[in-house]
Design a protein around this ligand. Sequence first.
Ligand SMILES: O=C(O)CCC(=O)C(=O)O
Length: 209
Amino acid sequence: MATHLQGSLFDQTDELRLGSLAGLRRTRLGRGAWIDVLPGWLSGADVLFEQVAAEVPWRAERRTMYDHVVDVPRLLSFYGVDDALPHPVLAEARDALSAHYAEELGEPFTTAGLCYYRDGRDSVAWHGDRIGRGAREDTMVAILSVGAPRYLLLRPARGGGETVRRPLGHGDLIVMGGSCQRTWEHSIPKTTRAAGPRISVQFRPHGVH
Ligand SMILES: O=C(O)CCC(=O)C(=O)O
Protein backbone atom coordinates (compact mmCIF):
# COMPACT_ATOMS: atom_id res chain seq x y z
CA MET A 1 0.00 0.00 0.00
CA ALA A 2 1.26 3.53 -0.76
CA THR A 3 1.57 5.19 2.63
CA HIS A 4 2.30 8.82 1.79
CA LEU A 5 4.32 9.07 5.00
CA GLN A 6 7.59 10.73 4.16
CA GLY A 7 10.45 9.11 6.08
CA SER A 8 11.56 11.07 9.13
CA LEU A 9 8.53 13.32 8.84
CA PHE A 10 7.77 12.57 12.47
CA ASP A 11 10.91 11.10 13.98
CA GLN A 12 14.07 12.71 15.20
CA THR A 13 15.87 9.36 15.36
CA ASP A 14 16.24 6.18 13.28
CA GLU A 15 16.67 3.92 16.31
CA LEU A 16 13.49 1.96 17.02
CA ARG A 17 13.30 1.91 20.81
CA LEU A 18 10.66 1.59 23.52
CA GLY A 19 11.11 3.82 26.54
CA SER A 20 10.40 2.98 30.17
CA LEU A 21 6.79 2.59 31.24
CA ALA A 22 7.66 4.28 34.53
CA GLY A 23 6.69 7.57 32.88
CA LEU A 24 3.01 6.59 32.51
CA ARG A 25 0.69 9.16 34.08
CA ARG A 26 -2.78 8.15 35.25
CA THR A 27 -5.91 10.26 34.98
CA ARG A 28 -9.01 9.04 36.79
CA LEU A 29 -12.06 9.70 34.64
CA GLY A 30 -14.67 8.77 37.26
CA ARG A 31 -17.13 5.87 37.44
CA GLY A 32 -14.18 3.50 37.98
CA ALA A 33 -12.51 4.34 34.67
CA TRP A 34 -9.00 5.66 34.10
CA ILE A 35 -6.47 6.33 31.37
CA ASP A 36 -2.68 6.07 31.55
CA VAL A 37 -0.77 8.16 29.01
CA LEU A 38 2.87 8.10 27.92
CA PRO A 39 3.77 10.41 25.02
CA GLY A 40 6.71 9.26 22.87
CA TRP A 41 6.92 5.74 24.30
CA LEU A 42 8.27 4.41 20.99
CA SER A 43 10.97 6.39 19.24
CA GLY A 44 12.22 5.77 15.69
CA ALA A 45 8.73 4.62 14.67
CA ASP A 46 8.91 5.73 11.01
CA VAL A 47 10.38 2.34 10.11
CA LEU A 48 7.62 0.53 11.98
CA PHE A 49 4.97 2.63 10.30
CA GLU A 50 6.30 2.00 6.80
CA GLN A 51 6.70 -1.74 7.30
CA VAL A 52 3.33 -2.29 8.97
CA ALA A 53 1.51 -0.11 6.42
CA ALA A 54 3.06 -2.00 3.52
CA GLU A 55 3.04 -5.59 4.79
CA VAL A 56 -0.01 -6.10 6.98
CA PRO A 57 -2.98 -7.75 5.22
CA TRP A 58 -5.34 -4.80 5.64
CA ARG A 59 -8.99 -5.44 4.99
CA ALA A 60 -11.81 -3.05 4.29
CA GLU A 61 -15.10 -3.79 6.05
CA ARG A 62 -18.65 -2.86 5.20
CA ARG A 63 -21.44 -2.53 7.70
CA THR A 64 -25.20 -2.13 7.57
CA MET A 65 -26.43 1.24 8.77
CA TYR A 66 -30.20 1.57 8.83
CA ASP A 67 -31.11 0.30 5.33
CA HIS A 68 -27.74 1.02 3.70
CA VAL A 69 -24.48 -0.92 3.51
CA VAL A 70 -21.61 1.53 4.03
CA ASP A 71 -17.80 1.30 4.01
CA VAL A 72 -16.19 1.27 7.45
CA PRO A 73 -13.96 4.35 7.22
CA ARG A 74 -10.60 2.74 8.11
CA LEU A 75 -8.74 -0.47 7.28
CA LEU A 76 -8.35 -3.29 9.79
CA SER A 77 -6.22 -6.28 10.63
CA PHE A 78 -6.32 -8.62 13.63
CA TYR A 79 -3.64 -10.77 15.27
CA GLY A 80 -4.97 -13.44 17.62
CA VAL A 81 -3.32 -15.14 20.57
CA ASP A 82 -1.19 -17.49 18.44
CA ASP A 83 -0.39 -15.13 15.56
CA ALA A 84 3.09 -13.67 15.10
CA LEU A 85 2.89 -9.88 15.16
CA PRO A 86 3.97 -8.04 12.01
CA HIS A 87 7.05 -6.45 13.62
CA PRO A 88 9.23 -7.66 16.55
CA VAL A 89 8.93 -4.32 18.35
CA LEU A 90 5.18 -4.92 18.66
CA ALA A 91 5.82 -8.19 20.49
CA GLU A 92 8.28 -6.31 22.69
CA ALA A 93 5.64 -3.64 23.36
CA ARG A 94 2.98 -6.23 24.20
CA ASP A 95 5.32 -8.09 26.57
CA ALA A 96 6.45 -4.87 28.28
CA LEU A 97 2.81 -3.89 28.84
CA SER A 98 1.96 -7.36 30.17
CA ALA A 99 4.86 -7.16 32.63
CA HIS A 100 4.05 -3.61 33.73
CA TYR A 101 0.35 -4.29 34.37
CA ALA A 102 0.71 -7.93 35.51
CA GLU A 103 -0.43 -7.32 39.07
CA GLU A 104 -3.21 -4.88 38.29
CA LEU A 105 -4.59 -6.69 35.22
CA GLY A 106 -3.95 -10.21 36.43
CA GLU A 107 -3.44 -11.56 32.90
CA PRO A 108 -1.31 -10.72 29.85
CA PHE A 109 -2.19 -8.75 26.75
CA THR A 110 -2.54 -11.41 24.06
CA THR A 111 -4.17 -9.98 20.92
CA ALA A 112 -3.45 -7.00 18.67
CA GLY A 113 -6.01 -5.15 16.59
CA LEU A 114 -4.51 -2.85 13.97
CA CYS A 115 -6.35 0.05 12.34
CA TYR A 116 -5.13 2.13 9.42
CA TYR A 117 -6.56 5.64 9.10
CA ARG A 118 -5.67 6.72 5.57
CA ASP A 119 -6.37 10.41 6.14
CA GLY A 120 -8.59 12.73 8.17
CA ARG A 121 -11.75 11.26 6.62
CA ASP A 122 -11.11 7.93 8.30
CA SER A 123 -12.47 7.62 11.83
CA VAL A 124 -14.14 5.39 14.38
CA ALA A 125 -17.48 6.30 15.94
CA TRP A 126 -18.28 6.37 19.66
CA HIS A 127 -18.11 2.90 21.19
CA GLY A 128 -16.77 0.85 24.09
CA ASP A 129 -14.96 -2.45 23.49
CA ARG A 130 -17.91 -4.44 24.79
CA ILE A 131 -18.26 -7.36 22.43
CA GLY A 132 -16.36 -9.61 24.84
CA ARG A 133 -15.54 -9.51 28.53
CA GLY A 134 -15.22 -5.72 28.52
CA ALA A 135 -19.03 -5.63 28.70
CA ARG A 136 -19.00 -7.21 32.17
CA GLU A 137 -15.54 -6.92 33.66
CA ASP A 138 -12.91 -4.30 34.32
CA THR A 139 -10.12 -4.73 31.80
CA MET A 140 -7.46 -2.80 29.88
CA VAL A 141 -6.95 -1.81 26.26
CA ALA A 142 -3.50 -0.38 25.45
CA ILE A 143 -3.11 1.65 22.26
CA LEU A 144 0.19 2.46 20.55
CA SER A 145 -0.28 5.17 17.95
CA VAL A 146 2.09 5.82 15.04
CA GLY A 147 1.93 8.22 12.13
CA ALA A 148 -0.13 11.38 11.94
CA PRO A 149 -1.46 12.78 15.22
CA ARG A 150 -5.18 12.39 15.83
CA TYR A 151 -7.45 13.04 18.81
CA LEU A 152 -8.89 10.21 20.90
CA LEU A 153 -12.10 11.42 22.56
CA LEU A 154 -13.69 9.87 25.64
CA ARG A 155 -17.13 10.57 27.13
CA PRO A 156 -19.33 8.95 29.78
CA ALA A 157 -21.45 6.20 28.21
CA ARG A 158 -24.61 7.34 29.95
CA GLY A 159 -24.28 10.94 28.84
CA GLY A 160 -23.56 14.01 30.94
CA GLY A 161 -20.07 15.08 31.93
CA GLU A 162 -17.32 16.45 29.83
CA THR A 163 -15.71 14.98 26.75
CA VAL A 164 -12.01 14.30 27.34
CA ARG A 165 -9.73 14.99 24.33
CA ARG A 166 -6.33 13.30 24.19
CA PRO A 167 -3.96 14.00 21.30
CA LEU A 168 -2.22 10.80 20.16
CA GLY A 169 1.02 11.41 18.27
CA HIS A 170 3.74 9.30 16.69
CA GLY A 171 4.92 6.71 19.23
CA ASP A 172 2.42 7.69 21.96
CA LEU A 173 0.81 5.18 24.31
CA ILE A 174 -2.59 5.39 25.98
CA VAL A 175 -4.07 2.67 28.18
CA MET A 176 -7.78 2.65 28.99
CA GLY A 177 -8.44 0.77 32.21
CA GLY A 178 -10.82 -0.05 35.01
CA SER A 179 -14.45 0.21 33.87
CA CYS A 180 -13.53 2.40 30.86
CA GLN A 181 -15.00 0.05 28.23
CA ARG A 182 -18.33 -0.22 30.10
CA THR A 183 -18.86 3.20 31.60
CA TRP A 184 -17.14 5.38 28.99
CA GLU A 185 -17.09 5.49 25.20
CA HIS A 186 -14.24 6.51 22.94
CA SER A 187 -13.91 7.64 19.33
CA ILE A 188 -11.44 8.97 16.76
CA PRO A 189 -13.38 11.75 15.02
CA LYS A 190 -12.88 12.78 11.43
CA THR A 191 -10.88 15.93 10.91
CA THR A 192 -11.08 18.49 8.13
CA ARG A 193 -7.48 19.52 8.84
CA ALA A 194 -4.97 17.91 6.49
CA ALA A 195 -4.06 14.69 8.28
CA GLY A 196 -1.64 12.08 7.00
CA PRO A 197 -2.02 8.37 7.64
CA ARG A 198 -2.09 6.92 11.14
CA ILE A 199 -1.83 3.36 12.46
CA SER A 200 -3.27 2.37 15.81
CA VAL A 201 -2.21 -0.87 17.49
CA GLN A 202 -4.56 -2.01 20.25
CA PHE A 203 -3.32 -4.66 22.66
CA ARG A 204 -6.07 -6.49 24.54
CA PRO A 205 -6.31 -9.48 26.88
CA HIS A 206 -7.87 -12.64 25.51
CA GLY A 207 -11.65 -12.37 25.07
CA VAL A 208 -11.82 -8.56 25.02
CA HIS A 209 -12.92 -6.98 21.72
O1 LIG B 1 -7.65 4.28 16.64
C1 LIG B 1 -7.62 4.15 17.85
O2 LIG B 1 -6.64 4.43 18.51
C2 LIG B 1 -8.84 3.63 18.57
C3 LIG B 1 -9.33 2.35 17.97
C4 LIG B 1 -10.54 1.80 18.66
O3 LIG B 1 -11.10 2.39 19.53
C5 LIG B 1 -11.03 0.49 18.27
O4 LIG B 1 -10.64 -0.02 17.22
O5 LIG B 1 -11.85 -0.07 19.03
